[in-house]
Design a binder for this molecule. Sequence first.
Ligand SMILES: C[S@@+](CC[C@H](N)C(=O)[O-])C[C@H]1O[C@@H](n2cnc3c(N)ncnc32)[C@H](O)[C@@H]1O
Length: 287
Amino acid sequence: MSLDAEVRAGTALLQGAGIRSAQVDAELLLAHVLRMEPGELRRARVLGAPVSDGDRRAYQDLLGRRAARVPLQHLTGSAHFAGVDLLVGPGVFVPRPETEALVALALQALGETSAPTVVDLCTGSGAIALALAHALPGARVGAVELSVEAHRYAAANVAASGLTVDLRLGRAQEAFGDWAGQVDVVVSNPPYIPPDAVPVDVEVRDHDPELALYGGGADGLLVPREVAARAAHLLRPGGVLLMEHADVQGEELTGLLRGQGWEQVRDHPDLNGRPRVARAQRAAAAG
Ligand SMILES: C[S@@+](CC[C@H](N)C(=O)[O-])C[C@H]1O[C@@H](n2cnc3c(N)ncnc32)[C@H](O)[C@@H]1O
């Protein structure tokens, strides 16, 4: 069969399995097998290029696993996030496009700050920290992750990127004591799902680590609450916290931030207008 016929058949198979992004996934999986860029694959399809038996078998295997709802990024082994390519797979949270809002808001909060210090609490694959290190060559960037497996991915991503990130293994709640009061911006996409809101998507429910999903407590906000408290300890006076949350948690999270003494607390909507990122400022020093 030709490349084009393979993509069409793959798309039909994934559509039948209820995958909304069937065509894109079918293309990306074949591009992965052929070690081509997606644009290169599209050009080869137009020219009617054939597929070897070995590549066809490898493609069929990946399509079968994707139809069984293994995340696309686990099959290709990579995810693109805010300008950086990340190694991902079982044991680490796959970074989501909506989390790029945290990067944009962090860069906005930093403005022209020269040689800023930023910390990513709950870094997973290192996505946010690496995106900020990429965008801010003069910055001091720190990141912490509790899961040994996820930390291993983050370390590999830092090494592969050639960027400098001070990556630590441990609890966000106790991290970076040596940077206390020095940080300009703390970013965090912590676990925040409540225990009774098990995700519907199989890719998330069965493949993202539980430690990455569930935030603890009845409302899922135990870890976010503790991470915010740690951020207050790390930030310089006037420094900014940016934290992702579920769309239904906006009021509760901003309320608890005000209760912790944060100032200028507000919530940023995503592109669908749903509140997803809380922003808060550490009180400026008196006098
Ligand atoms: C929702 S994932 C986000 C990962 C990454 N920031 C991203 O956006 O792709 C949350 C991450 O927090 C980690 N985590 C959970 N509890 C933690 C804690 N107390 N301290 C540090 N990391 C924690 C999880 O292992 C997971 O990697």
